[in-house]
Design a protein around this ligand. Sequence first.
Ligand code: FEO
Length: 404
Amino acid sequence: MEAFELKKNFFWVGAIDWSVRDFHGYETPRGTTYNNYLIIDKEITLIDTVKYDFSDITIKHIKGLVDPSQIKHVVINHIENDHATAIDRIMSLCPEATIHITERGKKGLDRFFDTSRWKFHIVKTGDTLNIGQNNLIFVETPMLHWPDSMMTFCPEAAILFSQDGFGQHLASTARFDDDFTNCVSSTILDDAVVDYYANILMPFGQIILEAVSNLQKLGIKPEIIAPDHGIIWRAKPQQVIDSYIAMASGKSDLRALIVYDTMWKSTELMSVPISEGIRDEGVDCRVLKLRATPMNVIIREFWKARGTLFGTPTLNNIMFPTVAECLTHLRGLRPRNRIAGAFGSYGWGGGAVKEAYEIFTKMGLELFEPGLQVIYRPSSEDEEKCYQFGRSFAARIKEYHAQF
Ligand code: FEO
């Protein structure tokens, strides 16, 4: 694929990673892209680089448009390796260019490269760079999602270069949202937005709300949002902003999720009447088995649901390891405004359900108590208890959901 013109003189010069399936532990079944952008103006400007492995591709794209030695400015919105590790290769082609970066970005870059070779301009929110016909306004977005992060807005073109914000892990030949939804699916795109938010940005809801508010205060109304991953938003840029505001404000679907694992199917058998009870109380319920579902999907569906029940057998008096792993992932993501409960079978001592509630409490989740335990295998009486457990959980979800 060649460089792609977003708007006159604004080009995507990034790379498509069709094959990545493990993105530092995050599963990416549809691959990803590393987007960076070249602005051809009086002073040629590159916005971000790419992952080192894709240096040759972005350099080829740039060379198809200009002699790289003519690049006058390199903006580094984010120093994480997937966006900044090609900088050494890029700067070797335009050693006189100035790198525009936040102070924290510069300090971070110093840890990865010999930066003494390069010229830097440290930028803060509201600083502007004139490159000819166009200006670039820098907006710091610390902890969205690294301390160094910022976004860059071009008011003349109304393009917001949003680094990881509003991105998605989707490899595609389509560059724009409307092209993707026409040739693939709007559901896949919507899910990819939630997946990215839930797995990467969930802890930063309040920061996201502040960042969106800062953009509005600066009068930034993008017609195009160009993130560093996935599809570029031109048909519905406001829709993805609204979606972020909704997620950051704690909105979810009126939906339940059951996440479970099982040793000899007893906990799995419990999940069936529980899900039926939830359904009969009028709440949609999805059931996902750990070990059969990628962790990023579990986390995405957890985030989409108002409440989740974790099914865990007891193994050696504690939770089943895969359930513990799932809760470890979720703890780091600091979810808010979600209800959690636990159920499971045990043979003699029990302990898994109790341990799950201890973790829910540490996480600050709303508790659906008490949990439900069954010895060995659920009897028909136990199945009725499971059904009623599901109904009660759904009723609690409806009551809690009404607050949002
Ligand atoms: Fe896509 Fe935070 O790097």
